[in-house]
Design a protein around this ligand. Structure first.
Ligand code: GDP
Ligand code: MG
Length: 743
């Protein structure tokens, strides 16, 4: 029966001092003192009694009756309490007020029944005491399930008796209390204990007499609107028991109180409440036992931890003579307690979430372990709230629960949104890092490969890295997102973010692909540079020979253009093959090809400049001239004789070589006598080339002097310098004949 096994046992039969012991309240607590002050220590008392956490699992019984009718004596016998009993000899007035004590179980163990003893003065006296009697009756009615009405047998039937006056008060008060609460069937049990029962009149008859009196009282009351036709049985159940004279029939008194004591330990089940088994219980006799005393229908449904506040609220309403409105009191209590419980739950939640919130504020990126902790903190907080607050007035509980959920989820949402965005960032970064890393590895493998070919497939690398990063993202994202049934407004959070991640990855992939394609073009350029360099150098070297087709310079550019076309075509072929693996778009491939061609042309120009610049061309002209002047048709060096017409040889050779200068000076094909169809070959600048920030795309191409190798002035200068070189060779030849003659 006791909610826990830790209830403290109080000494049996001790009559105890009435002084409230601050530290243990073993002899009970003075709920309301002689100055009508409500105790500030009731929670402490309940806590010490182990009842504060009992929920609804406790009972409250109070006693009414005239002063010195043996009320306290009765309670002590029934419940093993130690309320002070008036000393027979001193007949001293006991301390006024309302006292509360925890009953002991039938076997003397601790029970969950709380007993209230009202110490008043004789109701027959007028004035202030009658007021207190009324107030304490009101208080007892508002809080207790069962009211024991203590009455002498000889008072039964005395309609004008003091007890009847008190009962009138009780009924009046009850009407006042419950008129605002007509929808709920709040019932109370009035348990009449008839004292000093002599035994001549059977209890049944006494009960009938009493019921008749009660009906008379009830009909005499002015009932509030809406309750005009109400019956006494609409609000009260009745029980009757009789006890023999304590002093004259001490043994019998003991016997009977034992039986009664047993009845007060029987608690009705919830089923009895449902089946509505709470009709008037007219007693069957002093020994009659027609079931439980504490029926669920009587319970005031105030959770034990809310009882002190509820009781205090009730008392303060009573004492200020305000209309007691129980539903309002219950609602106020529910609000206060739900808030209190909510804040206790939130404190635990705070403790669990604070480290994450701090890290989040400090910008620590992805918060590891957030998901499981936040979910368990949330669950714990809510179930704890439901457990403790769920007993309070339902509409308030429900509202406060919604508020708590909103508060928790608001806090969590801030974390979750940040976490998702951090996971998002990390996923995109991991994806990029992975792609770059694998590409590097692939390039390492491909290093040294002359044609820039690489053994990896960009598309596969991207797809693999994307899948890995996305599934890691989803795993962690799902951890922090609440299920739709927990919070429907969060539904689809993770997929929304996932789509954003995918979009960002697409952007990164596109950028990496463009970079990678640029790198491919660069690698191909290197190859191109090598091959074009060799080819062009060969074509220029042919200039040194007078008798090759190209030797006269006519075919120099035809050869170079042919080499250019061949190598570019080869490079484009390799690029196209590679580009397939990039999953590149048509436009991107176009840009790549265009860039390769465009760079190829630049390489060609650079190489040509190299061949022509720095006296290189002069050297080639000199070699060409020497080949003509110093060697005969068969390529044998000439040995000049004085008879030879050196001057004519010289002039012919010089004129032939000089003709080469204008041919070299401008890139022209012999077939058309015009520059090669460069723009046709390279094609127009693709639209995307600009978007990619390509420098080549910005410069006008081809420039007006794209095909000009030597300016007019340079040609003149070259011609002059060449002629001087030729002159020197002529003089040398001349000298050689003189010296041969002289020798
Ligand atoms: P209370 O003021 O109603 O709480 O009455 P008490 O319990 O203090 O008892 C008042 C006096 O009545 C004491 O002297 C008791 O000894 C005496 N008393 C207690 N029970 C009975 C009883 O059953 N019959 C009679 N005649 N006296 C009783
Ligand atoms: Mg008393």
């Amino acid at each position: 029966m006791s909610p826990s096994g830790t209830l403290r046992r109080r000494p049996i039969g001790s009559t105890g001092s009435r002084a409230e012991k601050e530290d243990d309240y073993e002899s009970g607590i003075q709920v309301i003192d002689e100055n009508k002050e409500f105790t500030p220590n009731m929670s402490k008392f309940l806590s010490i009694q182990g009842l504060l956490a009992a929920g609804f699992n406790y009972h409250l019984v109070a006693v009414f009756g005239s002063q010195s009718t043996g009320k306290s004596t009765l309670l002590n016998h029934l419940f093993g309490t130690s309320f002070t009993v008036m000393n027979e000899k001193a007949r001293k007035q006991t301390t006024k007020g309302i006292w509360m004590s925890r009953a002991e179980g039938e076997d003397g163990s601790a029970s969950n029944i709380l007993v209230m003893d009202v110490e008043g003065t004789d109701g027959r006296e007028r004035g202030e005491d009658q007021d207190f009697e009324r107030k304490s009756a009101l208080f007892a009615l508002a809080t207790s399930e069962v009211m024991i009405v203590n009455i002498w047998e000889h008072q039964v039937g005395l309609y004008q008796g003091a007890n009847m006056g008190l009962l009138k008060t009780v009924f009046e008060v009850n009407l006042q209390l419950f008129q605002k609460n007509q929808t709920t069937s709040q019932r109370s049990l009035l348990f009449f204990v008839i004292r000093d029962h002599v035994g001549h009149t059977p209890i049944k008859s006494l009960a009938e007499l009493l019921l008749a009196d009660l009906d008379r009282i009830w009909s005499s009351l002015t009932k509030p609107a809406g309750l005009e036709n109400s019956q006494i049985s609409d609000f009260f159940d009745f029980e009757f028991a009789a006890l023999p004279h304590k002093i004259l029939q001490a043994e019998k008194f003991e016997e009977e109180t034992k039986i009664l004591r047993k009845r007060f330990r029987e608690v009705g089940s919830e089923e009895e409440l449902v089946s509505g088994n709470s009709s008037i219980k007219s007693g069957t006799g002093p020994l009659g036992n027609d079931g439980a005393v504490f029926l669920p229908a009587y319970h005031r449904r105030i959770p034990a931890d809310g009882f002190p506040m509820y009781a205090e609220g009730i008392w303060s309403q009573i004492i200020t003579n305000k209309d007691l409105d129980l539903p309002t009191q219950q609602e106020l209590l529910a609000q206060y307690r739900c808030d209190e419980i909510s804040s206790i739950c939130m404190q635990k939640f705070d403790m669990q979430m604070a480290p994450f919130e701090e890290s989040s504020r400090a910008g620590k990126g992805v918060l590891s372990g957030l998901g499981p902790v936040m979910k368990s903190a949330r669950k714990e907080c809510l179930s704890e709230f439901e457990e403790s607050a769920g007993r309070y007035y339902k509409p308030v509980f429900k509202r406060k629960r919604e508020e708590l959920i909103a508060k928790i989820d608001g806090r969590l949402k801030a974390l979750v949104v940040l976490q998702l965005s951090e996971l998002h960032k990390r996923a995109v970064k991991d994806f990029e890092d992975e792609v770059v890393q694998v590409l590097k590895l692939g390039k390492g493998l491909a290093n040294g490969s002359a044609d820039g070919s690489v053994s990896y497939d960009f598309k596969t690398i991207v797809d693999t890295a994307r899948d890995t990063a996305l599934s890691a993202f989803m795993d962690e994202a799902e951890e922090v997102v609440l299920a739709p049934e927990e919070n429907s407004s969060w539904a689809g959070y993770e997929t929304e973010e996932l789509n954003a991640v995918k979009k960002d990855m697409d952007v990164v992939a596109a950028r990496l692909r463009v970079e990678e394609m640029k790198r491919l073009v660069t690698r191909l350029e290197r190859t191109l540079k090598l091959k074009l360099g060799e080819g062009i150098a060969l074509e220029f070297s042919k200039m040194a020979m007078k008798d090759s087709d190209l030797g006269d310079g006519k075919g120099l550019w035809d050869g170079i253009w042919k080499i250019f076309q061949k190598e570019i075509t080869e490079g484009v072929k390799v690029f196209k093959k590679k580009a397939d693996g990039f999953n590149a778009g048509e436009e991107e491939i176009k840009v790549g090809i265009w860039r390769l061609k465009r760079r190829g042309w630049s390489i060609l120009k650079t190489k040509v400049d190299e061949e022509v610049g720095g006296g290189n061309l002069l050297l080639k002209l000199r070699e060409n001239f020497e080949d003509r002047f110093r060697y005969d048709e068969a390529g044998v060096p000439r040995v000049w004789k004085p008879s030879d017409d050196i001057e004519s040889y010289y002039t012919r050779a010089r004129e032939a070589t000089v003709k080469l200068i204008p041919l070299v000076s401008e890139i022209k094909l012999t077939s058309t006598s015009a520059p090669p169809p460069l723009t046709d070959f390279i094609g127009p600048v693709p639209a995307d080339a600009h978007l990619n920030g390509d420098d080549d795309a910005a410069a006008p191409f081809p420039s007006p002097d794209e095909f000009l190798i030597l300016s007019e002035a340079k040609q003149v200068e070259l011609t002059t310098r060449f002629k001087r070189t030729a002159d020197a060779l002529y003089v040398e030849a001349k000298r050689s004949t003189i010296s041969s003659v002289a020798s």
